[in-house]
Design a protein around this ligand. Structure first.
Ligand code: ADP
Length: 513
């Protein structure tokens, strides 16, 4: 199939959707830019600030206080005191639940402002933040608020004249480090189960997207979360992130980000106090389209799997394996479908595809598009940046991709789909598993036996059958292989913030039953 244009690919049909040809003036102001320690906004010890940028224009939004190791020490001290002596771990679960639900109500009340702030800082489409990110973030907080008074242990049947039971105790002071692709969801995915269990938290938002985390810190005071329970430290990975990972007085670390940094976090834990580690890392997930599946539905699912949030999703299903019988038709239809993606200013209603988050990511994605061409894949559509300012990249599709090409093996974290052809179920299982990652996978088929076989054979933490990227607070997310350690969301997410203590006493003068 030929899609001719000047560089051998079909020219993308996209013009940046803007209002009056200009970026929309941000309809929100920034109110909170300082570190949040012990229930107050404070300057950093060094007095330093760093800038956060608008990905649409590359212009500075505001300066934000920059935490360093000294600020981490102060925040940990506050969190330690709140855990060891404060009311939070000691109050009843139902009281914690009431406060967390009030926090969720406040987020709801301020959702308009929060969503706009998120779009401004992260370049995420406002429609999506309002329709997905915020409801998910608030839903997560409510979900774990509901667990706060339902955390309990077991009565043990002892092998002797003893009685025993287990306590599920909060693990202590938790360090949490999050990325920039879903700032609000990540913030609440991390703090909600920790707070529900009675832990205290020192959390570092990504340096690209600190603004909504600080706004949420402010609302936590109004909700009644006591000082020291939640501390928010904007700053850089190599300083704040490393100081959290290395800290001797932090009991637990939960990290979401790249596999490379996950390894550093784990190393730091091993070299400091062996703090418990939960890691949610990279992926290069397969989406498998079998011959028998409705092709139009497959095209819709694949579009979401590769292009949602401009491909900045660790769960992206960007290795699309298509069975040979429908391969040509799929290729033709996905190109037509992707042309309909509305690319433009993320503040504009109806826009589905905004800028990438920053220059580093923008350059990295364009480099991978070059790798695709050099390695011999066929660029079907896209492949270029858009506009004179901002980090916009066209939705991009390669076919004739082979397993050993860089675009098939490495996580791109951008809007780049690789299409690979396969013949048999055995073959696609083997090729699907040929990766260092194992985060998620999808299979589209009407044959229950194929669905069962593929889902039990792929080594990944979530397998979607006939859908992709569905699920809310109640599922479990986590990686096989180098995609991570542990599970988040759902009841599994609670276990990250609890530890089990056994209590045993002898039984005298009583029946031992
Ligand atoms: P991404 O490639 O998505 O930016 P990273 O893994 O680099 O992913 O970043 C995820 C989070 O980890 C960010 O908050 C970042 O600041 C933090 N981070 C980066 N380097 C380190 C480090 N050495 N130690 C701890 N955290 C870090």
């Amino acid at each position: 199939m030929a899609f001719p244009n000047s560089n051998g690919t079909e020219a993308g049909p996209w013009k940046l959707a803007m209002e009056d040809g200009k970026p929309i003036k941000p309809p929100v102001t920034v109110k909170y830019t300082k570190l949040f320690i012990n229930g107050e906004f404070v300057d950093s010890v060094s007095g330093k600030t760093f800038e956060t940028f608008d990905p649409r224009t590359e212009e500075v939004i505001t300066g934000v206080s920059e935490a360093t190791k000294e600020d981490v020490d102060l925040a940990v001290k506050a969190a330690r005191a709140a855990f060891d002596h404060g009311p939070w771990p000691r109050m009843s679960g139902s009281e914690r639940s009431r406060i967390l639900n009030k926090y969720a109500d406040l987020l709801q009340q301020h959702s308009e402002e929060l969503a706009k702030l998120e779009t401004w800082d992260a370049g995420k489409c406002l429609d999506m933040v309002q329709g997905f990110d915020l409801p998910e973030a608030i839903g997560n907080l409510r979900y774990y608020a509901g667990y706060a008074d339902k955390i309990h242990g077991l009565t043990l049947k002892m092998n002797g004249p003893y009685q025993g039971y287990t306590l599920q105790e909060p693990i202590g002071v938790c360090g949490q480090i999050i990325p920039w692709n879903f700032p609000l969801i990540m913030f609440f995915l991390k703090i909600s189960p920790a707070l529900a269990c009675g832990c205290t938290v020192v959390i570092k938002p990504a340096e690209d997207t600190p603004l909504t985390a600080l706004y949420c810190a402010h609302l936590s005071v109004e909700a009644g979360i006591p000082p020291g329970v939640l501390n928010v430290l904007p700053g850089f990975g190599a300083t704040v992130g490393a100081a959290i990972s290395n800290h001797m007085d932090i009991d637990k670390i939960a990290f979401t980000g790249s596999t490379q940094v996950g390894r550093l976090v784990m190393e730091a834990s091993a070299k400091s106090n062996l703090k418990d580690v939960t890691l949610e890392l990279g992926g290069k997930s397969p989406l498998i389209v079998m011959d028998d599946f409705n092709i139009d539905e497959a095209v819709e699912i694949a579009t979401v799997a590769s292009f949602i949030n401009m491909g900045q999703v660790c769960l992206a299903g960007s290795r699309v394996f298509v069975q040979e019988g429908v391969y040509d038709e799929f290729v033709k239809k996905i190109v037509e479908r992707v042309k309909k993606q509305v690319v433009g200013d993320p503040f504009k209603r109806g826009v589905q595809h905004g800028p990438q988050v920053n220059k580093v990511q923008f350059d990295r994605i364009l480099k991978y598009i070059q790798y695709g061409k050099i390695d011999g894949a066929n660029l079907l559509i896209g492949g270029h940046s858009l506009g004179k300012k901002g980090f916009y990249i066209e939705p991009t599709i390669f076919n004739n991709v082979e397993d050993d090409m860089r675009i098939a093996k490495e996580e791109i974290f951008g809007p780049v789909m690789s299409i690979l052809k396969f013949k048999t179920v055995e073959e696609v299982i083997e090729r699907g598993n040929k990766t260092i990652y194992g985060l998620v996978a999808g299979v589209l088929t009407n044959n229950i036996n194929v669905a069962n076989r593929v889902s039990r054979s792929l080594r990944a933490g979530t397998i979607w059958i006939n859908c992709y990227l569905t699920g809310g607070s109640e599922w479990s997310l986590g990686g096989y292989k180098m995609s991570g350690i542990g599970r988040e969301f759902g009841p599994f997410g609670l276990q990250n913030y609890l530890q089990v203590k056994s209590v045993i006493t002898p039984i005298h003068d009583s029946p031992w039953l």
